[in-house]
Design a protein around this ligand. Sequence first.
Ligand code: P6P
Length: 323
Amino acid sequence: MGRLVTLEEYILKSQNKFPGAKGELSQLLRDISLASKIISKEVNRAGLAQILGTAGSMNVHGESVKRLDLFANDQLIRALSRSGSVCMIVSEESEGVIRLRQSSAKYIVFMDPLDGSSNVDVNVSIGTIFSIYQRISHEGDEPGDMDLLQPGTRQIAAGYVLFGTNTKLLYTTGLGVTEFTLEPSIGEFFLSEEQIRIPAKGDILSVNEGNRRSWSPELKAYWNHIKSESPLTTRYIGSMVSDVHRTLISGGIFLYPESVKLPYGKLRLMYEGNPMAFLVEQAGGVASTGSMRIMDIVPTDIHQRVPVYMGSPANMTQLLSFL
Ligand code: P6P
């Protein structure tokens, strides 16, 4: 095992690869990691701190919000405001755009502060997802829709924090996927994997079979085929960060398809589909809506939903041949 490298050291070292980088993105990633440490502590003691249970409020989608969601949202907004390099934030927990004081700042952050939070009560892993864009408008102007509605291919960086048996932070800036693991006793993220590659083919299928009756005929045909011809193991945690992380590491595919009830699926393009698509593609995988590359979608709404089919290239080729 080589020398332990902290996230801070790694970011600074890789910053030198970006000519002209003035360290704002490095600072931004460091601030997200700080918020992650604070959230991790709270998540890990949630059961004891009596902060479980619904905060009684609803998020923009009418889903009951657990207090940890609000806590994570606050911590991330606080950290990103301090960074001085973010002009706008879009969060699953906030209907409108959060405009920060530094309106001339360079970056826009989309985030799901605590995705899968309904799993908190049953002690299942949950996660934070983030996606970072550079503004298009001139920094002297008020940032607006042109800065927000950029396709996923224009992401500067994306990543997630997985609050599981370990707390892990994975991110990419387009130069591959890097993983850090938190040593809680020191409060440091240490480099644990570089250039993560998704297995070319996996034997795990991750989908909520409960919605099968309302799938498209093509998806049902795929399902029947693999169930009879080449049975895959099914693993579904119901927390996107956990399901995608396992897919990245062990291979296979993760689906949240469109259905009669949800014609564009359930997951959100800007802070679930795009960041996970960026990571999966950077690891050598494929991320599709079933008919096009997720990251090619030109958004029309900051909270729009997108069907998600992503994972190992061989499995995705087979799946897409049915769709
Ligand atoms: P379902 C969690 O609520 C979430 O947003 C994702 O983390 C997860 O992949 C999905 O919804 C689970 O949805 O309908 O299968 O319970």
